[in-house]
Design a protein around this ligand. Structure first.
Ligand code: 5GP
Ligand code: MG
Length: 183
């Protein structure tokens, strides 16, 4: 356990998440129809959500190309001054392709903005964004997702792929990490 903080009861339980992932897969399957597209999963936080989402798509007869991209951000003084750098680029061609970017959470919007720009720079035909969580209050730049699992308040969440210091990704539920020090 991380010193000085504790985990809240679930904000969303594993069955609630699965239900929502199924709804998102319904929407995506309906919108893309039989068209070919690529899922580009944003690592590391997006890996559990992506794994569940692509299997929900498979149950609906949808079988996209799957690729991964990794960004890191630093300079955390203010949300809008953070730098987002590309750590590992996707490995498959994107030119002329329809892309569904999948990430854990839309927070400041900087990561997904950088990812979208990179994909269009590489010649993608169309880029849509699917996030499990949206923390709208924290947005630093205009950015909206095409598919959103849940809207949440400004709390720091872990579990279901989301980490604190690379821990808690394995938790099946989404919970808040709460500081024991009064603000
Ligand atoms: P951005 O601020 O660029 O929209 O989001 C950057 C990244 O910060 C997200 O992809 C996610 O990995 C991380 N992040 C933002 N909010 C949270 C949160 O509440 N919990 C965790 N674990 N990560 C977060
Ligand atoms: Mg992330």
């Amino acid at each position: 356990m991380t010193t000085g903080s504790h985990l809240s009861p679930p904000l969303f339980t594993a069955p609630e998440i699965q239900q929502r992932v199924d709804c998102l897969a319904d929407d995506i399957a309906r919108d893309y129809g039989p068209a070919d597209f690529s899922v580009v999963s944003v690592l590391k936080g997006g890996f559990v959500f992506t794994a569940d989402l692509i299997r929900a798509l498979a149950r609906r007869g949808v079988h996209p190309v799957v690729d991964f991209v990794t960004f890191s951000s630093y300079g955390a003084s203010t949300v809008s001054s953070r730098n987002v750098t590309l750590e590992r680029e996707f490995s498959l061609p994107v030119t002329g392709r329809r892309i569904l970017l999948v990430d854990d959470i839309l927070d400041s919007g900087l990561t997904l903005n950088a990812a979208k720009k990179l994909l269009y720079d590489r010649g993608a035909l169309d880029v849509r964004v699917c996030v499990l969580l949206d923390k709208k209050a924290r947005r630093g730049i205009p950015m909206t997702a095409n598919y959103t699992g849940f809207h949440i308040d400004n709390v720091f969440v872990v579990g279901y792929g989301l980490d604190f210091d690379n821990r808690y990704r394995e938790l099946p539920d989404l919970v808040a990490l709460i500081s024991d020090t009064p603000a």
